[in-house]
Design a protein around this ligand. Structure first.
Ligand SMILES: CC(C)(COP(=O)(O)OP(=O)(O)OC[C@H]1O[C@@H](n2cnc3c(N)ncnc32)[C@H](O)[C@@H]1OP(=O)(O)O)[C@@H](O)C(=O)NCCC(=O)NCCS
Length: 166
């Protein structure tokens, strides 16, 4: 297993993941393809977002791929926190392809993302999940997450917040 940066090489795998997704929106949102004319336009928008332009903080995105070059999971590492990220989004967002869940891949990709945070000099990493997301909460705790106060969104959604000290 390895992490690779989004590029045209991963177009078909990425599109397959999105087709398979079991919710209206892909998580992390940086991997949503809806609204783009073509894959090149998506890649340009991702580059803009990763550069921290306009409302974005600088970020880095990776696919987790296996030895057959199949995409298994995706991760978005935000290098800074805004008020929204401090309350809701956290530094790291990840998602595992529906057919590949409960095989330890979220645990693996979060561990790898934390190593990337080390390289970026992020010493306290915030990772969050909705209260009903048991799998994500377990993934965070398995990677050393210590729970802080939850945040309640306007619609009543309870967001659990965990810090991972590096
Ligand atoms: C949440 C998610 C990332 C978990 O991915 P995963 O690859 O299945 O997680 P792992 O296999 O690494 O499992 C981690 C732990 O959570 C448990 N787990 C995973 N999914 C679970 C679920 N739906 N219910 C209960 N426990 C679950 C696993 O059993 C494991 O615990 P264990 O080691 O005690 O057995 C995945 O379901 C997903 O992508 N969901 C949609 C996007 C999302 O919610 N992303 C996270 C946003 S915060």
């Amino acid at each position: 297993m390895r992490l690779v940066r989004p590029s045209i090489k991963w177009k078909n795998e990425h599109e397959d993941c999105v087709k398979e997704w079991d919710e209206p929106r892909v998580t992390p949102s940086s991997f949503n393809l809806a609204g783009y004319d073509n894959y090149e336009t998506y890649l340009d928008a991702l580059k803009f977002r990763e550069a921290g332009e306009e409302k974005w903080v600088p970020s880095t995105n990776y696919f987790m791929v296996d030895e057959k070059d199949r995409v298994l999971a995706m991760v978005d590492i935000r290098h800074d926190l805004t008020e929204y990220l401090e309350n809701v989004g956290g530094h790291i967002g990840y998602g595992v392809r529906p057919a590949e869940r409960k095989k330890g891949y979220a645990t693996w990709i979060l561990a790898e993302a934390l190593k990337k945070c080390d390289e970026l000099g992020i010493r306290r990493v915030l990772v969050t999940c909705n209260e009903d997301n048991i799998g994500s909460a377990k993934t965070i705790v398995k990677n050393g997450g210590i729970e802080d106060e939850s945040f309640i969104e306007e619609d009543g959604t309870i967001v659990r917040r965990f810090w991972i000290e590096r």
